[in-house]
Design a protein around this ligand. Structure first.
Ligand code: ARG
Length: 305
C-alpha cells in the first residue's frame, strides 16, 4: 500500500509539547529576519539532477548575478540581515542555501544530498553553520535529507516532502528529535521535487500550494490541516510561485505570478516580484536561494520563549 507510512503517522498523531524540553535554545534574536545566501560566482548548469536542468541551456552569468543581487537588495531593503556563505568552485548549486540544513532554534540539521553532485556542499554547510554557533547534527544513517527544501514548519507542525530527495523515515526521526509532529507529503511530480517548490507556509494556518505536486492523500491532509490554503494553478506553479520568501507580511517571488500576488494581497500581504529566470534553469527560485537562520515566519517555535 502506497501511503502506509504517512497514514501510520496520521493515526499515531500525538499531541506534542513544543520543544522547550528538547534542550535546544534559540540563538540571540533580533526583530530582523536573519537570512543566509551564497553568491552565484560559480553558479551554472553543470549537471542534470531535476527536469528543469539541461546542460544545453546554460545560464547567463551576468544576468544571474544581477538577479541574485536584486533579490538580496529587496531582502535587505525590507530590513533583513543577509549573511553570506563563501561560494566554492565546482559546487554550482551551493547558491541554493535552502538546502544547506533545517534550522530549528539553535540546531542545524545538515543535509545529506540524494545526488553525489551536491554532496560536496555538506561540509561547507556544516562549517559555516558551526561558525555561527549552531549545534550541528546530521540526518539518521542512510537517510537522505535536503534541509529546508523539504522540511517546512507551519504552526507547530513540520510538513515534510519525501520520495524525490528526502526519505520519509529520516524526516520522521528528525521530527521526533525535536518533539515535533511531522506530516509527510509524497511528492509525485518530478518538476516539484522539493517541498518548497510546491508548498509555502505564510503564517500559522496559512500556506500556498500547488495541488498537482501532491497525491490525493497529500492534498486532503493539507486541506484538513491548513485552514487557509491558497492554491496556485499550473501556469504559475511553473513560474515557481510557491517558492516564495516570506519576511513578515511581505511575500517575494519570481516574476510571472500575478494571480498568486492578488490572492496574497487579499490576505493583507505585500507581494513583490523579482525576475529569477536564471535560477529557474536549475530548478530553483527565490526561496531556494535563502535559508532563514532565525526560523520561517510560520514556525510556531519562533515565538516560543
Ligand atoms: N539544482 C538544484 C537541485 O536540483 C536546485 C535546488 C533548488 N532548491 C530548492 N530548495 N528547491 O538540487
Amino acid at each position: 500500500m502506497r501511503f502506509r507510512e504517512a497514514d501510520a503517522v496520521l493515526t499515531m498523531d500525538t499531541p506534542h509539547s513544543f520543544a522547550r524540553a528538547s534542550g535546544f535554545h534559540r540563538p540571540q534574536t533580533t526583530d530582523m529576519a536573519d537570512i543566509l545566501m551564497c553568491p552565484p560566482d560559480y553558479y551554472g548548469i553543470e549537471y542534470e539532477i531535476n527536469p528543469w536542468m539541461s546542460t544545453e541551456r546554460q545560464t547567463d552569468h551576468n544576468l544571474a548575478v544581477e538577479q541574485w543581487n536584486d533579490l538580496r537588495g529587496i531582502l535587505e531593503g525590507l530590513g533583513a540581515r543577509v549573511s553570506l556563505m563563501e561560494p566554492v568552485a565546482g559546487l554550482p548549486d551551493l547558491v541554493f542555501t535552502a538546502n544547506a540544513a533545517m534550522i530549528y532554534q539553535s540546531a542545524a540539521i545538515i543535509s545529506r544530498f540524494r545526488h553525489p553532485q551536491r554532496q560536496g556542499e555538506e561540509q561547507h554547510d556544516a562549517t559555516w553553520l558551526a561558525s555561527r554557533d549552531f549545534e550541528i547534527s546530521y540526518p539518521p544513517d542512510d537517510q537522505n535529507f535536503e534541509g529546508a527544501g523539504d522540511a517546512l514548519f507551519c504552526g507547530d507542525t513540520l510538513f515534510a516532502g519525501y520520495r524525490m530527495r528526502s526519505d520519509a523515515t529520516g524526516l520522521q526521526k528528525i521530527g521526533a528529535r525535536i518533539d515535533c509532529r511531522v506530516i509527510p507529503l509524497e511528492l509525485v511530480d518530478p518538476y516539484y521535487y522539493h517541498l518548497d517548490t510546491c508548498f509555502c507556509p505564510l503564517a500559522r494556518g496559512v500556506a500556498i500550494y500547488y495541488p498537482g505536486a501532491f497525491d490525493q492523500y497529500g492534498q486532503r491532509v493539507l486541506q484538513e490541516l491548513v485552514p487557509k490554503l491558497i492554491p496556485v494553478e499550473l501556469d504559475e506553479a511553473r513560474e515557481f510561485s510557491c517558492n516564495a520568501v516570506v519576511v513578515g507580511r511581505q511575500v517575494i517571488t519570481n516574476s510571472g505570478c500575478p494571480k498568486l500576488h492578488r490572492q496574497v494581497q487579499a490576505l493583507g500581504y505585500d507581494a513583490i516580484e523579482t525576475p529569477l529566470s536564471e535560477f529557474v534553469k536549475a530548478g530553483g527560485s527565490a526561496k531556494c536561494l535563502t535559508l532563514r537562520l532565525d526560523g520561517e515566519e510560520a514556525a510556531a517555535w519562533r515565538d516560543e520563549d
